[in-house]
Design a protein around this ligand. Structure first.
Ligand code: PGA
Length: 266
């Protein structure tokens, strides 16, 4: 399956930024600047406290809401956690799972990532699963092994129809928030490895080719087109640059142009 058959996804991960007033303003600015029809999937992922405000603000547009994390249990004595049921009640559609900041600072492991993916799917939330190597791992030529291991562990026990509902993001840890974007050809190479790993570990040739896989890590309005021009990069998971309406809109517009071009050439 080639890229034109997979949707282009541009997702903004706001991280721990923007209160409700700021969230509403950013979404209103995005709505004003979006040219229709929107040919992409556009997702914004505000902090939990702004999810409801964001859901109200996106009404009448094609922007959809994602959360940045969730617990895998439905309810109980887990102080400070948010369950999938609480997210679906707020009309959240997507949830980022296994972001490297969660793995690095909050003890998220491949096992919890796997449990969270299963819980998300059970509640009809679309998981955006992040994988990626650290600088140390890259320098020790462990990138392919680390990323494959993360993908195998994350997808353990999932059926192919479940996998086809998911989104992955290749996010090298050294590229996140550093301004050091991964070279597009290299990101494309690793994303192909992710596709092959999914197909091989589930014994289904072509399975990995049917799943949208994004690149994330210092994507901005200057480098997004180069990323999206690659055959296997289906979109971007954007942190810092998604907090500025003008820049995020420019990225969406560039993605729209690429999606029109690739549709016309097939
Ligand atoms: P960045 O973050 O675009 O600020 O590098 C990306 C991410 O963490 O998803």
């Amino acid at each position: 399956m080639n890229k034109t058959k997979r949707p282009i996804v541009i997702a903004g991960n706001w991280k721990m930024n923007l209160d409700r007033v700021q969230a509403k303003k950013l979404i209103e600015d995005l709505k004003t600047g979006l040219s229709s029809p929107v040919l992409l999937t556009i997702i914004v992922c505000p902090p939990f406290t702004s999810l409801e405000t964001a859901h109200q603000a996106v009404q009448g547009s094609q922007i959809v809401i994602g959360a940045q994390n969730m617990d895998y249990r439905d309810s109980g004595a887990f102080t400070g956690e948010i369950s999938p049921i609480m997210l679906t009640e707020l009309k959240v559609k997507y949830v980022v799972i296994g972001h490297s900041e969660r793995r690095q600072y909050f003890g998220e492991t491949n096992t919890t990532v796997n449990s969270k993916i299963k819980a998300a799917l059970a509640h009809n939330l679309i998981p955006i699963v992040c994988v990626g190597e650290t600088l140390d791992e890259r320098e020790n030529k462990l990138t392919d092994a680390v990323v494959s291991r993360q993908v195998v562990a994350a997808t353990q026990g999932l059926t192919s129809s479940e996998l086809k509902k998911m989104i992955f993001a290749y996010e090298p840890v050294w590229a996140i928030g550093t301004g050091k974007v991964c070279e597009a050809k290299e990101a494309n190479r690793v994303i192909k490895i992710i596709r092959n790993t999914i197909s091989n570990s589930h014994n289904e040739p072509g399975l990995g080719d049917s799943i949208p896989i994004l690149y994330g890590g210092s994507v901005n309005a200057k480098n997004i087109s180069e990323q999206l021009a690659e055959s296997d990069i289906d979109g971007s998971l954007v942190g810092g640059a998604s907090l500025k309406a003008d820049e995020f809109l420019s990225m969406i517009e560039q993605a729209q142009n690429i999606s029109k071009l690739s549709a016309a050439s097939h």
